[in-house]
Design a protein around this ligand. Structure first.
Ligand code: SF4
Length: 196
């Protein structure tokens, strides 16, 4: 007798497994037996659904991230279960916590060691603006040393807010032109941080 698989089924919505949403199909042309789309559409769809986060967690916001990775919120649903504690293969730097000025060069070094394309999320008030620590020793926002794509407000932000920020990163990834990283605008942005 086969073993009934009951997990992941909501008790009040037993047919929820029929409502699993698949990743949307990119724009393209289709007919019987074929589907054609642009390289950019296909690549950005793949990138968007397979982001590898590098968690740079220094304090309490990191605990919220642990909850976000747990089974209840489950960041894996977005194709991001593979965390990398190395800049080598990761493409999303998630900075969570207070960043002391002494730590800023380390954070910048990690960012510089990540390969393009890379995105950055500032999670919580401390990473976004220094938060409650308006002191001589705390960096008043990581955007003083590296460019940031999405800011998640809150002290700490709940896992739902982190997921919302993550989905905004996905939107950016999905809509970004493959040429953006070679554009003058992007080079000027990095140049304003002293990055070649
Ligand atoms: S934003 Fe609040 S919860 Fe997050 S690291 Fe700073 S003090 Fe902690």
């Amino acid at each position: 007798m086969s073993r009934p698989v009951r997990f992941n089924i909501h008790p009040k919505q037993p047919d929820i497994h029929d409502n699993i949403a698949l990743a949307e199909m990119p724009e393209g042309v289709q007919g019987e037996g074929y589907f054609a789309t642009g390289l950019e559409r296909a690549l950005t769809l793949a990138r968007k659904n397979s982001l590898w986060p590098l968690p740079f967690a220094t304090s309490c916001c990191g605990i919220e991230f642990m909850a976000t990775m747990g089974s209840h919120y489950d960041l894996s649903r977005f194709g991001s279960e593979r965390l990398g504690f190395t800049p080598r293969q990761c493409d999303l730097l998630m900075v969570m916590g207070t960043i002391a000025k002494k730590m800023a060069p380390v954070l910048r070094q990690v960012y510089l060691q990540m390969a393009e394309p890379r995105w950055v999320m500032a999670v919580g008030a401390c990473a976004s603006s220094g938060g409650i620590f308006d002191t001589y020793s705390v960096l008043q926002g990581i955007d003083q040393v590296i460019p940031v794509d999405v800011y998640v407000p809150g002290c700490p932000p709940r896992p739902e807010a982190i997921l919302d920020g993550f989905m905004r990163i996905q939107e950016l990834v999905h809509n970004e032109s493959l040429r953006r990283r070679n554009s003058e605008h992007y080079k000027a942005l990095l140049g304003s941080y002293g990055i070649q």
